[in-house]
Ligand binder design. Structure first.
Ligand SMILES: [Zn+2]
Length: 320
């Protein structure tokens, strides 16, 4: 059973000067050895960095340069994988991975700050291989507002440029990702996007009341639009304390399944972007979650949908 993981921060981690290793082998949570152990088909790699400390007037230009550098790091790492991992930019690239048994790597942008107010910038990053954009991180940007405990921020929708950006992503073939977005922004995406949209790494708010998680109405809306929700392994979004437990993952999966149905389930581990005591320490441990789901009587058909088939369906519709 091959695996698609919609979100990890390994490339961002490897871009730090003090980091060790490459995508071929590193001491973190995702590399070729671990991907092989999990029979990975496709791993999404985010190009994330904090922009909160960059002063406003130069934020976009600085973020644009940093995003380009992250993409350079990704390309350099892929070269070091010597054909075992290939960049996925078209759906046929995934089919090639299926046939040849190599791993696909899909580049994503977490936080649209580098796009600024410019569709030209968006097209630049499309040309460089970005195929999924998480519209915001935890700060406001030109697209919209982040998730927040402040009800006023949470209710704010997309900005005018945000609507234009979503339309252009639909046209280009970039997946629109609502993880981290405000509730108001979520509903604007739901009414604007002509293609299925996704929450690449979010859980259920009815199980763990955190603004990063999705309400039942949102879970249903993503399902109705044909999108998917990648289960996030971050302890804060799963439940009780600093431990990321399989038992808590099962509670979220059960709830999302009950509310949104079997076609909405997916994985968005957030590996190398999360800290705490992780029961699933890296991609190599994904079999532990699969075994737990089988023990709890998840039908094999649904497990396969959650592992890759649902995400594949969405990517087939989005990627040109
Ligand atoms: Zn994130």
């Amino acid at each position: 059973m091959r695996l698609i993981d919609l979100h990890c921060d390994t490339v961002s981690k490897l871009a730090n000067p003090w980091s060790r290793g490459t995508l071929a082998a590193n001491p973190y949570s995702v590399d070729l050895v671990r991907l092989a152990a999990a029979d990975s088909l496709l791993q999404c790699f985010s190009t994330f960095f904090h922009t909160g400390c960059i002063p406003g007037p130069v934020r976009v230009t600085a973020a644009f340069r940093m995003a380009d550098r992250r993409i350079d790091v990704f390309e350099k790492n892929l070269r070091q994988c010597a054909g075992k991992m290939i960049a996925v930019q078209k759906f046929s690239d995934i089919e090639r991975c299926e046939k040849q048994g190599c791993f696909g790597a899909l580049l994503t942008m977490e936080d649209g700050v580098p796009i600024g107010h410019s569709l030209e910038n968006l097209r630049h990053f499309y040309k460089r291989g970005i195929r999924l954009v998480t519209l915001t991180w935890n700060y406001e940007n030109a697209i919209g507002y982040p998730n927040s405990k402040d009800a006023r921020v949470m209710s704010r929708g997309l900005k005018p440029f945000g609507f234009a950006a979503v339309e252009e992503m639909n046209r280009l073939g970039i997946a629109v990702d609502v993880s981290h977005l405000s509730d108001g922004g979520f509903w604007d995406v739901a009414t604007t996007s002509k293609k299925p949209f996704i929450a690449s790494h979010s859980n259920a708010r009815a199980v763990t009341n955190h603004p990063r998680n999705l309400t039942d109405e949102m879970i249903r809306a993503i399902a109705e639009h044909g999108g998917v929700i990648g289960l996030n392994f971050c302890p804060k979004f799963l439940g009780r304390d600093n431990r990321s437990r399989i038992s808590d993952m099962l509670r979220h999966i059960r709830h999302i399944y009950r509310v949104g149905g079997e076609d909405v389930l997916a994985i968005g581990s957030d590996f190398d972007g999360i800290t705490g005591d992780l029961q699933i320490r890296g991609t190599q441990d994904m079999h532990l979650l699969a075994e737990a789901l089988r023990r709890h009587h998840m039908p094999e058909r649904v497990l396969e949908k959650m592992w890759s088939q649902n995400a594949l369906r969405v990517l087939r519709e989005i990627l040109n």
